[in-house]
Design a binder for this molecule. Structure first.
Ligand code: SAM
Length: 289
């Protein structure tokens, strides 16, 4: 496995990824806006539109970081008529003691109290990330972005996308992973875990940086990636290396067709992808039958 300009082992890659996101956590959202000129917001909006969540969709957003996808999911406007169900929603994670920081943010979450049976029937989301620091930033952000009702329907969980063994099979209606899968050591294992925890009929959606096919655009994109992004990383968070890593990890991620094949190999059907901004990013999706 390559890391930056050096060759590193799989364990080293996992450790390095952990360190990268610990370093950038507090400025992660600002950096995203600066580096993409805000375009990541448009891509994430399109991503949630493609998911088209229903009123009762139960989502797990893996590598969910500071919650961008989960917040959009909870805020997504529903166009279908309200059809309430007498079945009470119970999260597959209810039986698992969740690890949460003992602090002001936790106190505010606890003050929200329990949801009413009607609220529990609404769509809900678990944000899962390997990095506690990213989750902590997300939890704090959530208090100023979400309504009390929405806050009661979001859960934060530390976990590794490659091994979600404490989540039972067939647990979720939808699985999303945005700009996270390329950071994992075994991408195929991540997709297999997604397949396992989705219920039959459940949907897998992945938003990830991808590959531009036009050579002229590729040249411009390369200049930006190698000349501008690391400089921004150095100026904003004093960390050149982390941003060189981000650029390199994008280059090493499988091309659109190869990743599509990997998703099919995990068992998903109706696998398709859609390029965003000429392939700078792509949305891959599949269904578990
Ligand atoms: N999904 C968020 C977004 O779109 O803004 C965050 C994306 S951020 C670029 C990548 C995230 O992947 C980080 O929060 C990092 O901690 C997480 N991550 C890296 N390896 C992981 C793994 N093996 N399991 C779960 N999360 C992981």
């Amino acid at each position: 496995t390559h890391f930056g300009f050096e060759t590193v082992s799989e364990t080293q890659k996992a450790e390095k990824v952990k360190k990268v996101f610990e370093t950038v956590a507090s400025k992660y959202d600002l950096m995203n806006d600066m580096m993409s000129g805000g375009v990541h917001r448009v891509w994430k909006d399109i991503f949630i539109n493609r998911l088209r969540p229903g009123r009762k969709t139960k989502l797990i957003d893996v590598a969910g970081g500071t919650g961008d996808i989960a917040f959009r999911f909870l805020q997504h406007k529903e166009t279908l008529p309200n059809c309430s169900s007498p079945i009470r929603f119970t999260s597959p994670l209810d039986s698992i003691p969740s690890k949460r920081p003992e602090n002001e943010v936790e106190a505010q979450y606890q003050a929200l109290g329990n949801s009413s049976p009607e609220e529990e029937n609404n769509r809900s989301v678990v944000v899962c990330d390997i990095n506690d620091k990213m989750l902590e930033v997300g939890r704090t952000r959530s208090l100023s972005i979400l309504t009390p009702d929405q806050l009661r329907r979001i859960d934060w969980k530390q976990g590794d996308a490659e091994n979600l063994s404490d989540i039972p099979d067939n647990s979720f209606d939808a699985y999303t992973i945005a700009f996270g899968i390329r950071n994992c050591v075994h991408v195929d294992q991540v997709v297999r875990e997604a397949y396992r925890i989705l219920r039959p009929g459940g949907r897998f959606l992945c938003l990830e940086f991808s590959h531009v096919s036009n050579p002229a655009l590729q040249w411009i994109y390369d200049q930006y990636s190698f000349q501008v992004i690391p400089v921004m990383g150095q100026v904003m968070v004093g960390d050149w290396d982390s941003y060189i890593y981000l650029v390199q990890s994008i280059r090493k991620f499988p091309k659109q067709e190869d990743f599509k094949y990997m998703i099919q190999q995990a068992g998903f059907r109706f696998v398709t992808y859609e390029n965003l901004t000429f392939g700078v990013a792509a949305i891959h999706s599949g269904v578990k039958l």
